[in-house]
Design a protein around this ligand. Sequence first.
Ligand code: DGL
Length: 270
Amino acid sequence: MIGVFDSGFGGLTVLKELRQKLASYDFVYLGDNARSPYGNRSFDTILEYTRQAVDFLFAQGCELVILACNTASARALRSLQQNWLPQVAPQKRILGVIRPLSEDLGAWSKSAKIGILGTSGTVKSQSYPLELAKFWPGVQVFQQACPLLVPLIENGEVSGPGAEYFVRKYTQQLMAQAPQIDVVALACTHYPLLLPLFRDNLASHIKIVEQGPLIATKTQDYLRRHPEIEQKLTQNGKCIYYTTDESQAFDSGAADFLGSQIKSSQVSLG
Ligand code: DGL
């Protein structure tokens, strides 16, 4: 199976696209809702939580795990790939969401000025400026941390004055850094839920990039290039959902993200 992990609901925006593009494959989703958000936590904590989550997904039979969380990708991916995976499951794979987005982002900017909106953890890690510099050396990257957006979304506040206020504030802070920014990446898998507010607050010529569709295309491409992984994946078109918090609350929150009803099970990690 393909495991998809996020600190909470956000990865569902990626899962939805993955299931559309790779409809025949089986997926396992894990949201660490009990410990979400990760964005303001320390490097070591995020690494340990992510390790536990991937360990759980491996135990469920996942051959490939996608960290559908920028914070976990920024803080934990490299360390898990280099130090942990070779010891515990050298034949399995963990992928993140930062590199795939960075590969394409520069192509859409005419001004060579790109804005990144993400959690404090993602911004602090400098992962986007570092990755983008590899693929698009001439591009300037401007980052804005949006620490209150994930807590709002996790609590179902995706419209209304609270969300409006903070989206306006963060987009203004980003654009004040460089008014010529013409591409803004939603570098947090929760943020697509606030897309209408981002659209309202950014000039119409600015391209807003979501990760979900891109990750789905890149995963499809990855599986084509890695038959040794692809051959191990089961294909019954199913998805199993796990959360570390109350399953009923997850099911009703997930319905907002997925636009359909699901039934999850509660698990504890660690
Ligand atoms: N969806 C996660 C991301 O992409 C949110 C991280 C958090 O829990 O703060 O960064």
